[in-house]
Design a protein around this ligand. Structure first.
Ligand code: UDP
Ligand code: MG
Length: 334
């Protein structure tokens, strides 16, 4: 019997977990097998039965400050399919996901948010395509749920910029909600960088992929942990992790400005030699100096971003520390 692990990183999700667990139980017991409304497809006849699989519900408590851990332990006591990994502190969603991939024992791993934004009703359809041989069956957002106008637009500008700068395909509307075959999971766990941008890694590892549309639900309870600051940090992670184009920007703008300045120098000298015209314009000079000063600082900043990340990676620290698995301290490294 094949085993499917549902991997759920949870940070302050105590209010959502019981409802999520109920939906997962419905999924595993086959109640959602023929619910096709969420995926928009209606070829349910070919879908495999979810009861034909063994299930593991793997929750990674990412250093929550509410009683997420207590709720998870209660679920674990009532349901043997539940595994609870407790991280020593908040390491961020990307690293919590890696911890989950390391521990997951399934032949396939379904990654899902804890806030019920990712409908478990889509999973049977994902399993179907996994059985057809795809190693990465990803969810594609048909609609994005409740989201501010600013966040929506800034996100799409960011993805377009990132796509323009990197050769790795960054699929629009595709996030972490997906089913990964064991081969893809092994590829992801072999990438041990601390500065993770998992969305880019899914593309980087390659493999046969298939997209399934789904509607993002609104967050069931609690608050999103990704405010503007976290989103900017994640965007920088994606940029610096998957492209060195910003560094090239520094050299290209340096060369362009130098050539421009040289041409202007020749022009000014010739003008002076022919017409004896002294060069005027204090204001212009000031503007050019400030512009160049700004550009130099920007380029230094870009280089600094990369150096900072090199510094963090060279320390070779583990991406996360596990406190306990199912209430017991972890004696050997995963
Ligand atoms: N999450 C996490 N660690 C963090 C922040 C978030 O494990 O430091 C989890 C969170 O519990 C949820 C998922 O990552 O399951 C997505 O988070 P959230 O809903 O806050 O993000 P959004 O959906 O707003 O992008
Ligand atoms: Mg969410």
């Amino acid at each position: 019997m094949k085993k499917i692990t549902v991997l759920i990183p949870a940070y302050n999700e105590a209010v959502n977990l019981p409802a999520l667990h109920t939906r997962l139980c419905a999924l595993a017991s086959g109640e959602l097998d023929n619910v096709s409304a969420q995926t928009g497809t209606d070829n349910s006849a070919e879908r495999p039965r979810m009861t034909d699989y063994e299930w593991e519900f793997l929750f990674v408590n990412d250093g929550s400050s509410d009683n997420t851990l207590a709720v998870l332990n209660t679920l674990r006591r009532t349901d043997p399919r539940v595994t609870v990994v407790d991280l020593a502190r908040n390491f961020g969603k990307e690293n919590a996901l890696l911890a989950g991939f390391d521990i997951a024992s399934g032949d396939a791993v379904v990654v899902m948010d804890a806030d019920l934004q990712h409908p478990p009703e889509t999973v049977p359809e994902m399993v179907k395509y996994w059985e057809l041989g795809y190693v990465d069956v990803y969810g594609r957002r048909r609609s994005r749920g409740r989201e501010s106008w600013l966040r929506h637009n800034l996100t799409s500008v960011f993805y377009r910029t990132l796509q323009a700068l990197t050769s790795i395909e960054m699929m629009p509307g595709v996030g972490d909600f997906r089913l990964l075959d064991r081969r893809a999971v092994n590829a992801l766990t072999s990438m041990r960088e601390t500065q993770r941008y998992t969305k880019g890694m899914f593309s980087w590892i390659g493999g046969s992929k298939y997209g399934i549309d789904f509607d993002v639900a609104d967050r069931a309870g609690g608050h999103s942990s990704f405010g503007p600051r976290q989103l900017v940090a994640l965007a920088l992670q994606g940029l610096t992790g998957f492209t060195t184009a910003p560094l090239r920007f520094a050299s290209i703008s340096g060369i362009t400005i130098s050539i421009g300045a040289f041409v202007y120098l020749v022009y000014a000298l010739v003008k002076y030699a022919c017409y004896g015209d002294p060069v005027r314009g204090f204001a212009t000079l000031l503007c050019v100096m400030l512009l160049l000063g700004g550009l130099q600082l920007l380029c230094l900043g870009i280089i600094g971003e990369y150096i900072g990340r090199i510094f963090i990676e060279t320390k070779g620290r583990p991406p996360y520390i596990i406190d306990t698995v199912n209430g017991r301290p972890l004696t050997s490294a995963p």
